[in-house]
Design a protein around this ligand. Structure first.
Ligand SMILES: [Cu+2]
Length: 142
C-alpha cells in the first residue's frame, strides 16, 4: 500500500515575496563584490621600471664565480638585472650554491660542474654553500 504524504506549505504571498527579494539582494551584492574585489598581483612582484633616457640597455652579461679552496671567488659580485652568474666548482669536495631565494639553489656540484642563475630583479642576494655554511657569497643586482 502506497501512502501519500502531503506537505503543506502555508506561506503567504507577502512572505514569499520578501524571501525572493532577500535572495535577489544577496545575489546582487555577491556580483558587485566579485566584480570590484582587488585582483591578485602577478607572481614575482611588480616589474622594475625600464630605464629612461637615450642610452640603450646593456646586453646581458654572464659572470663567473669560482668555487675554490672552500671559498667563492669573487665573494661579492655586482651585476645588472638580466645578467647571469655561473658558478663552477674547482674543488674535489662537493659544494653547492644555497640561498633563501627559491630557485637560487643548486645541486651539490662535483669538481668541474657548474650552476647558472639569471638575476631578473634588483636586490642583494646572500648565498652560501649547503654543506659548508661558513662559505659565503653575495650578488648585488642593480
Ligand atoms: Cu662547500
Amino acid at each position: 500500500m502506497i501512502k501519500t504524504y502531503h506537505i503543506s506549505i502555508n506561506m503567504s504571498k507577502a512572505t514569499l515575496t520578501t524571501i525572493i527579494a532577500i535572495l535577489a539582494a544577496a545575489l546582487a551584492g555577491y556580483i558587485i563584490w566579485a566584480a570590484t574585489r582587488p585582483q591578485l598581483l602577478p607572481a614575482g612582484g611588480p616589474e622594475q621600471p625600464s630605464p629612461t633616457g637615450t642610452a640603450t640597455a646593456a646586453k646581458p652579461q654572464t659572470y663567473g664565480v669560482e668555487i675554490k679552496n672552500f671559498t667563492f671567488a669573487p665573494a661579492n659580485l655586482r651585476i645588472k638585472s638580466g645578467d647571469t652568474v655561473k658558478w663552477e666548482n674547482f674543488d674535489s669536495v662537493r659544494h653547492s650554491v644555497s640561498s633563501t631565494f627559491s630557485d637560487l639553489n643548486s645541486e651539490l656540484l662535483s669538481v668541474g660542474e657548474t650552476f647558472k642563475y639569471t638575476f631578473k630583479n634588483a636586490g642583494a642576494y646572500d648565498y652560501d654553500c649547503g654543506p659548508h655554511p661558513n662559505m659565503k657569497g653575495k650578488i648585488i643586482v642593480e
